[in-house]
Design a protein around this ligand. Structure first.
Ligand SMILES: Cc1cc2nc3c(=O)[nH]c(=O)nc-3n(C[C@H](O)[C@H](O)[C@H](O)COP(=O)(O)OP(=O)(O)OC[C@H]3O[C@@H](n4cnc5c(N)ncnc54)[C@H](O)[C@@H]3O)c2cc1C
Length: 455
């Protein structure tokens, strides 16, 4: 393994965070994240406590000539925040959150997750679009787009960024917003991990809850085709206040019982929510209907149990061209032989505000109404890895004829690297991103991400 020399470490004299090397206390904990499949060993971990620490860490990492990774929440399935033998700039100790209730803004550091941010904003009945699983980091999620319960009403997490602070590859510290470094602000919203280390995010907040109407409806797997056809109709004219996901998964008791599921969150007036959700409540003969008033923070954690930290994950996703009967039948036939009782195949419904933002307004091109299919394969036994990865590849290949070729980069697995997936992630915005990358990171220091190589 390459090492960082003592001379290079002299650049850390004033560093206020933690410096960890293999064998030192805390190293093993710091080098692991959400996905237990990712098992990398950085030569050096620099755990920053503030922007000045980040500046020093970037300098040491750059001068070492080693591979550089940047860790926010450490939740990425592809494990892009970890490096084998390189320098990991770890932001997970940076957990500052400052909410301004009257201006409806929040300034947030990159080690925060959605449970922590929602807790602070909900004190004031405010929120910004965030991840559906509360343990996910705000940083990677926002920099790659950020879809969630509030996107039909308020757009993606990244659409709600007012500004950010970033440390670039050459060590400059910049504010980016519509008014300052606007070109970089454009690219940061969707391709942000390519341009530097973001030290804070300023979000626009909105009135949400604190009580909203939502929950889950489950049907037996043998009527899953009917449920998904119903879902297609149900979502056809969904209001902006209502976000739903549907698909197939398993009972949480570990029995392996397969289920068809619709999960929902309605942030409108309670009477309107009841009316909008009535068809969902009344369709078919569900085995479970748990729909009702809940704190937004509870809705935001209700699916956490299905995605335990340290479980083994391999995901594939792509936007569907529609939800045809053929697509539904193919999905269900493949899911019927799914090897893990923790795996799900989900449809994320895109409509409302997220689809009314122009394709070139930010780096995120995914603005078409429709469905994003994500197969979240999750298991715990390392001996079952080969079987689960193979099954995921098979179902994804079977679904490819129904996909449009656009992909959400935040769901990439470790093998989603190179030109094809990255162009599928950025679409028509790709060439402009190459120009920006060439300007801000010409040596591609920040390449452990959905990487846009410089010219
Ligand atoms: C169980 C689960 C549920 C999820 N649910 C959702 C969801 O509801 N909506 C959604 O949109 N996505 C979701 N995701 C995907 C999620 O957006 C990504 O995993 C995202 O990368 C997580 O951010 P993080 O900060 O935890 O990531 P990390 O693993 O820390 O980093 C991911 C990438 O971002 C870069 N990065 C992180 N922080 C910074 C920074 N401050 N500056 C520069 N680069 C940085 C890293 O270098 C890396 O390339 C989910 C993922 C999982 C595993």
């Amino acid at each position: 393994m390459s090492a960082v020399t003592e001379q290079e470490l002299e650049g850390l004299d004033a560093f206020s965070g933690e410096v960890l090397r293999p064998g030192e206390a805390g190293y093993d904990e710091a080098r692991r994240g959400f996905n237990g499949l990712i098992d990398k060993r950085p030569a050096l971990i620099l755990r920053c406590r503030g922007e000045a620490d980040i500046v020093d860490a970037v300098a040491v990492a750059r001068d070492s000539g080693l591979e550089v990774s940047v860790r926010g929440g450490g939740h990425n399935v592809g494990g892009r925040c970890f490096t084998d033998g390189g320098v990991m700039i770890d932001l997970s100790l940076m957990k500052g959150i400052s909410v301004d209730p009257s201006a409806r803004t929040a300034r947030v550091q990159p080690g925060v997750n959605w449970a922590q941010l929602n807790r602070e904003t909900q004190l004031h009945g405010l929120a910004v679009t965030g991840g559906v699983i509360s343990t996910t980091g705000i940083a990677g999620l926002t920099l790659g787009g950020g879809l969630g319960w509030l996107m039909p009403k308020f757009g993606l997490a990244t659409d709600n960024l007012i500004s950010a602070r970033i440390v670039t590859a050459d060590g400059r510290t910049l504010t980016v917003s519509e008014h300052e470094n606007a070109d970089l602000f454009w690219g940061l919203r969707g391709a942000g991990a390519n341009f530097g280390v973001v030290s804070s995010f300023e979000y626009r907040l909105h009135e949400v809850g604190p009580t909203v109407i939502g929950g889950l409806v489950a049907h037996p797997f043998d009527v899953a085709a009917d449920v998904l056809r119903f879902y297609r109709e149900f979502t056809a004219d969904a209001p902006d206040e209502l976000m739903t996901f549907a698909g197939v998964g398993h009972a949480p008791d570990g029995s392996g019982t397969k289920l068809a599921l619709v999960v929902a969150c309605h942030i409108g007036a309670p009477e309107q929510a009841e009316e909008d959700l009535r068809p969902l409540r009344e369709f078919g003969s569900p085995v479970m209907v748990e729909l009702g008033p809940l704190p937004y923070t509870v809705i935001n954690a209700m699916l956490d149990g299905g995605y335990p930290t340290g479980s083994l994950n391999y995901w594939k996703s792509g936007f569907l061209s529609g939800l045809s009967d053929e697509a539904i039948d193919e999905l269900l036939a493949r899911f019927a032989v799914c090897p893990s009782p923790m795996t799900a195949a989900l449809l994320e419904h895109f409509h409302g505000k997220v689809t009314r933002v122009a394709v070139d307004a930010t780096a995120v091109p995914h603005r078409e109404p429709g469905y994003n299919l994500v197969i979240t394969s999750v298991w715990t036994d390392p001996a079952a890895t080969e079987e689960n990865v193979a099954w995921t590849k098979e179902i994804y290949a079977a679904m490819e004829p129904f996909l449009v070729g656009r992909r959400y980069l935040n769901y990439f697995s470790e093998d989603d690297v190179g030109d094809d997936p990255v162009r599928a992630a950025y679409g028509q915005n790709y060439e402009r991103l190459v120009e920006l990358k060439t300007t801000y990171d010409p040596r591609n220091l920040f390449r452990l991400n959905a990487n846009v190589p410089p010219d």
